[in-house]
Design a protein around this ligand. Structure first.
Ligand SMILES: [Ca+2]
Length: 249
């Protein structure tokens, strides 16, 4: 009897060790390009950040005149990062940019971008628009987000490499944040970006957003379908938000 209990305990321990190894393997396989709280060059939307107005989104722009600070860029909500004490009542848009280095594209099947924002954002890679949420069609610096969107729960966007203008070497990431209005009580912008091989994340449970018609993936290789951007609500991730395994903070 005692022998049987010991065998069962050993099995449990071995199972736990195997799972731990799987977790470690997944984390090693992902390439982290931008972490939460990373340092960015930033510009406050008191005017257009460049002329022509889309130049700042490209590597050709000289951002030496921009300030440098750590995300989250925020006021009203959250902790840490760069506090925008002058944003309330003065400006609704906020611009951040940084360079990432991709050593080889061979190790990347897809890019996973987690964005925690209030109230809207647009993201470009090498000048090409990749993502946008809750923003008007006109990205002028005087614009505001079209609806309220609270920070505190990040959203994941998974994109296949074939959809992206990624290059080996330096790549320019540019993000324009939008607040709902000048009188909004809060603003927040932070994001995480990592590349990985298909299938790894499905060792863990990802739950497609209920309202989304997307969320399908190719079960043969675990990749998202090439024609769609998949947005997930995270309730358990292999790379949790540092302050919570639930994607909340
Ligand atoms: Ca707001």
């Amino acid at each position: 009897m005692i022998f049987l209990i010991k065998v069962q305990k050993m099995r449990r321990i071995i199972t736990c060790l195997v799972l731990l190894v799987l977790v470690i393997r997944v984390e090693v396989s992902a390439q982290l390009f931008v972490d939460w709280g990373s340092q960015w060059s930033y510009f406050k939307g008191i005017s257009e950040p460049s002329q022509p107005i889309d130049l700042w989104r490209t590597a050709g722009f000289n951002a030496t005149g921009w300030a440098v600070g750590n995300a989250p860029f925020r006021y009203g909500d959250g902790t840490g990062g760069t506090l925008l004490t002058d944003m309330l009542g003065k400006y609704t848009t906020f611009y951040i940019r940084k360079e990432i280095f991709v050593e080889t594209l061979d190790n990347i099947d897809e890019l996973r971008i987690d964005v925690d924002y209030d109230d809207g954002f647009v993201l470009w890679i090498n000048g090409v628009q990749i993502l946008q949420s809750n923003v008007p069609s006109n990205y002028a610096y005087t614009q505001g987000a079209i609806n309220s969107h609270e920070s505190g729960e990040f959203e994941r966007y998974t994109l296949r490499k074939e959809q992206l203008p990624l290059a080996e070497g330096a790549n320019l990431i540019a993000v324009q944040g939008f607040n709902l209005s000048k009188s909004s009580s809060d603003f927040y912008l932070d994001l995480k970006m990592e590349g990985g091989k298909c299938g790894k994340k499905y060792l863990f449970a990802l739950r497609p957003l209920p309202k989304s018609p997307l969320g399908r993936h190719n079960s043969s290789d675990g990749c998202v379908s090439p024609s769609e951007n998949v947005r997930y609500s995270i309730f358990l991730s292999f790379s949790p938000h540092p302050e919570s395994p639930l994607g909340r903070h």
